[in-house]
Write a new protein. Structure first.
Length: 411
């Protein structure tokens, strides 16, 4: 007598478990309003340090990194902080490497030294640094559940990891830094799209800009992709082509939407010939995207679940992993350049969520650093049955890489 397979039951149990976990997330995010606070928001931005004059350049000499933010700043104290609320306007500034902030410190004490600058002064300083670095600039857009401290920490780590010689910018939007505020983060991300696309277009049109390395994590990809499309539609070909190296880490994006609309526009034949490419880092062990998958009902670009059970069965019959990835644009196949490259980090996933392998797992960190520096075929990748998909294989037994030292490049 044939024993029925328990696989469907396990899948049901796993789905039910994540649905139960998602329920309070959705309830809290949908019915609990964002607390305005006890201080009028206009009072936070009233001091001059929030709106520095063009003649002021104090406090930027020791702050190597650039930032642009739509967060509401708190300028009532000497040390400016960025809150989780929407700001009254987009502000520009510089920030210091947050490595000197103790990880064990209370969250309220984890503040990054930052200074606002006049907008024109900010652009002038950026252009000078870009010119000295052959026109290259790195722009990082964070994802869900981030503070300015955590996104600054990640930005600085990316700069060190890639040994990036040009200026580095982080774009900080008003994430709530709360597990149960995912719907609020989605709302704020969409609210901020106009601000980000205007900034990206100005950066692309800057005379000193020759190459924009655009990196996004998680929900940040949903801010980045439509903005690149906007720039493509609204500036000349030479300007938008400088957005050449787009890296999407654990992107919380609908896979089918990416295939149908986004890839067709951003990775058009003309753009790919001008050296534009997208690199995606994905993992089936990404618990954060697994939850997002359950909430939205369809697979995420960074979480290669097979929606079609017949496709999964066909892969299994061929003795292949049951993972379904975004397709490579067919119209770009005639170009002798990879338009879309997907790196599967499942085998080397680390951390409780598996959502940030590019900053915590040594093989992923090495590959990510190479991608930032424009390498199309870094060592360590293994080919799959799909020409545009590669895996990072498991770490060999007996090898114990120092993930922390390799990923953080402590100096």
């Amino acid at each position: 007598m044939r024993v029925p397979s328990l696989a469907p039951l396990r899948r049901f149990a796993n789905g039910a478990r994540w649905s139960i976990l998602a329920l309070p997330w959705l309830i809290a995010g949908c019915v609990t309003p964002v607390d305005y606070g006890k201080i009028p928001h206009s009072a936070y931005v009233a001091p001059e340090r929030c709106n520095p004059p063009a003649t002021s350049s104090a406090g930027i000499s020791d702050k190597p990194f650039f930032f642009v933010t739509s967060r509401l700043p708190d300028c009532l104290t000497e040390n400016i902080s960025l809150l989780n609320h929407r700001g009254d306007k987009v502000r520009y500034g510089r920030f210091a490497d947050p490595r000197n902030v103790a990880e064990e410190a209370d969250e309220a004490e984890r503040k990054v030294a930052l200074t606002f600058t006049d907008t024109q002064q900010w652009w002038t300083g950026l252009a000078e640094q870009m010119t000295a670095a052959d026109g290259r600039v790195l722009l990082y857009v964070h994802g869900y559940k981030e503070t300015f401290y955590t996104s600054s920490r990640d930005t600085a780590q990316i700069a060190r990891l890639a040994n990036f010689a040009g200026p580095v910018i982080q774009y900080s939007w008003p994430s709530q830094n709360a597990l149960l505020k995912y719907p609020v983060d989605e709302t704020n991300m969409y609210w901020d799209e106009r601000n980000f696309r205007k900034f990206l277009m100005q950066l692309a049109q800057l005379k000193s800009t020759k190459e924009i390395v655009l990196v996004s994590h998680s929900l940040g990809a949903r801010l980045v992709l439509p903005s690149v499309e906007f720039v493509d539609r609204n500036v000349s070909n030479s300007d938008s082509s400088v957005i050449s190296n787009i890296i999407l880490v654990s992107p919380d994006v609908d896979t089918q939407d990416f295939e149908r609309d986004i890839a067709e526009e951003i990775l058009s034949d003309r753009r790919v010939r001008n050296d534009r490419r997208i690199t995606v880092y994905a993992s089936i062990n990404d618990r954060a995207l697994s939850l997002s998958d359950g909430i939205h009902g369809y697979p995420r670009l960074g979480y290669p679940r097979c929606f079609d059970p017949f496709e999964a069965a066909d892969l299994k019959a061929k003795n292949l992993p049951e993972r379904c990835y975004a397709r490579h644009p067919t119209y770009a196949e005639a170009v002798d350049k990879a338009a879309l490259t997907i790196i599967d980090t499942t085998a080397i996933s680390r951390g409780r969520s598996g959502h940030s392998n590019y900053l915590v797992s040594a093989p992923a960190c090495r590959d990510f650093a190479a991608a930032v520096n424009g390498k199309r075929k870094p060592e360590g990748r293994q080919a799959t049955h799909l020409a545009h998909v590669f895996i990072l294989p498991p770490i060999p037994k007996g090898e114990k890489p120092d993930h922390l030292a390799i990923c953080r490049r402590a100096e």
